[in-house]
Design a protein around this ligand. Sequence first.
Ligand code: HAM
Length: 412
Amino acid sequence: MSDLKTIRGMPDLYNESIEAISLVEKICTKVFKSFNYQEFRTPIIESKSLFQRSVGESSDIIQKEVYEFEDRNGELLCLRPEGTAGLVRALITNGITNDEIKKFYYLGPMFRYERPQKGRKRQFFQAGVELIGDNSPKSDVEIISIASAILDELDVKTKLEINYLGNSASLGKYRDYLRDFIAERENQFEASLFERLNKNPMRALDSKDDSVKKIISSAKNISEFLNNEEVKIFEETQSLLNEIGINYEVNKNLVRGMDYYTGTVFEFTVESLGAQNAVIGGGRYDDLIKELGGRQLAATGFALGIDRLAEVITKRSKPKDLFIGFAEDKAIGYAQKIGNKIRKLNRELVVENYLGNANVTKQLKKANSQGFKFVMIIGQEEQKTGNYRIKNLSEGKEFILDEKGLKELLIG
Ligand code: HAM
């Protein structure tokens, strides 16, 4: 069995790590639903060509991060590296492309063959939203509000950066300008880096390489390539954000790593995360649905790194409610019966029926160390009278309650 191993960058999740992840998931779902977004689940496996056509052939994801394989029929498939392309594919293949505005959310695992480090995994989890069918700033502002509400609920301090990339014509002109700018300085780049930037010059803008940063700092910004209408839309987006009280900074170098973006893009970052500090990223992709064979429908969305956020939250799930122990083996049936009755009152209550062999003192210690609020031990007396000695573990207080009193204590 010595060859058993976990796959690098794909950690097993248990104890505190899964608790934090599931708390983030729970809050995301709650906030998505509160904005009336509907769940959408697409498969984990898609055709690789879907991502080549959307995320982009020259993106880092397609160049070096996709887990790809042929199925038994020789079809080239891959584990999805992100959720937007699959959802758009599903809208088209299921014919969900009328003019009605649609609001979807999703949660699930994504896969990228990146170098694992703090906050960066090869299997990670995203929660995201996609708002389909409206091209106005109010949609960008709605999804930024959703992201911001989740961060608020999780009590995480972030910085929001926004930028405007423009339509394919403006973006195309800017790309050509950057390519020329870089080509004029070819001798200042290493050959392989030059080749990569020549293919995808936008990558120079968010490069972490100091020499690239220095060279590119004297290049023009995308803002100089926008037409009047685009400038107006970006101004309108900012004034709406101001109106609803969301703080942001404009970062003219924010370009995001996928080819499908047009218009407003944004990222929320957390300082304490270090190099991998983006917890939420998103933006507008008004041409993608058409490019993949659907109708011309504008769209915007974001995805949030669930495990990345789970690493920074200090908020914990609420304490567990009641630990029911027993003083003698004969009491276990009674203890299970009362446990079942209490759970039936409210399925949100967390009620442990202790099943091991520890004595009462040790059971009380376990209840404490496992984070329960109340503990009670069932013995002969309790079975005979129906009165239970309950201990509040955080306050150290004890009291005796009958079944009705117990219900009131637990569910108010
Ligand atoms: P993304 O910026 O590639 O965007 O990913 C979104 C978030 O997923 C990141 O901000 C980060 O928190 C998390 N993430 C990405 N890679 C990893 C990793 N290797 N390990 C841990 N967390 C990671 C997208 O995926 C777009 N589909 C977002 C979008 C939706 N745009 C429009 N709609």
